[in-house]
Design a protein. Sequence first.
Length: 477
Amino acid sequence: MSWWDGFVVALANPGFLIAALGGSIGVLGTTGAVILWTISILLGALQNNIYAELATMFPEKSGGLAIYAHEAFRKYTNFVGPVVAFGYWMGWSVVLSINGLIVGTLIVTQWFPDATWTTGQQAANSIGFGLSWPIIIGVASIIIVWLFNIFGVRPAVWFGYVTGGLLLIPAFVLMFLPYITGDWHSANMTSEITANGGFFLAITWLYFMCWSSYGFECVAAFAPEYHNTEKDTPLALRAAALFSIVVYVLLPLGLGGTLGTATVAADPTFIAFYVNAFDILVGNALANVMVVCLVAGLILSMNTATMDGARALYGISNEGMTIKQLGTLTKRKVPGLAMTTDMVLNILLIVFFHGVIAILAVSNVGYVLATVCALFGFVLLRKDRPNWPRPIKLAKPWVPLAFLLASINLFFLVCGGFVFADKYGYGMDKTLIGVAVLVVAFLLYIYRHVVQDKTGVRFRDPAQPMPADSPSASTPV
């Protein structure tokens, strides 16, 4: 891979922002949302630099943040790895249900506004079976993407470029066109943070924003695959960080200044308002084109999420952190059972949770926990493996900075995910379901070692101070 190929991965990030932007504006106001998205994306950029060092320490291992955390904590306990691995996987897996629901909502809003049929539970913050046309279209999108992958149809190299390109067209319209057309008004920029809860409301939303604005950490995970790791990785990181900062500041600013807080807050889906924005900026005819680009880009991103999520489960199984069945391949050399598990989970999420932020609230606890453990893991690896080869080695001040970032994210997790989940968030019930997934992950780990492998559960594993193939490798500690 070249550094440019790594940067292209970050082009999917506007899709993550689209999922949570409406909910944030509705509660925080337009100005409040811009401020917090800016803070969140800057935290993500700092963390991404740390992950680059971690990725190059373990070039033969795939799995992102979960693998870094497992390597760092295995000397102390083996139980962090499997729990964090499932949390990280679920954080990426729900791209399917979230994007599917966005696609369904956009299609119905733009072309079938009279399709209002629903059945069962539909309240945005509720849990319970419910169907509507957006949900049905979202489920169909998930199944189509699953079929595409289960038959081993692999996209060409240009697939990622198409994905990013299609998403960028409507994103750039929302970011820049309001100033050209004169539809951006400073009077539309208001902050509701103080009125709606103050500091802990902001902390709760910084917790929700982690899923979106930390997503380009996958750019760092590719560090071992670049042609020249030491040269290409910093280039990819800087390009991805700059691009993401621009998008996460200008898109909320442009859209917020066009519609205003009241218009976005009045939309119960927190998605349909994008159609309204396109109608204002480019007219109804071109709005059709914008929605087509957005829908196509989101579906292509769902395909990438299916591939990545299934292979993450496959890798977790091969590392001995979950049941063996998830580590099997079909005749077409794809992890079929892992893909099917991904599909079933996301269909359940989309029919039982009726808003994108509610789905995000279920998965976010595992993803933020993975972030916390990976950042603390960086500190532990510097202490426990000081001589381990590091093709990219950050300066010493990054160690206390990593500890500070881990502590900040832990604060977000405790406050946003638990203490203020009912008052300012989307309910403690969503957090507890996310925790239940992590508990199931731990039980599957126990089952793998006690029943399937019959090795028993080891509380911890000795860690090599140097790689096993290194001439200077010594006795495990």
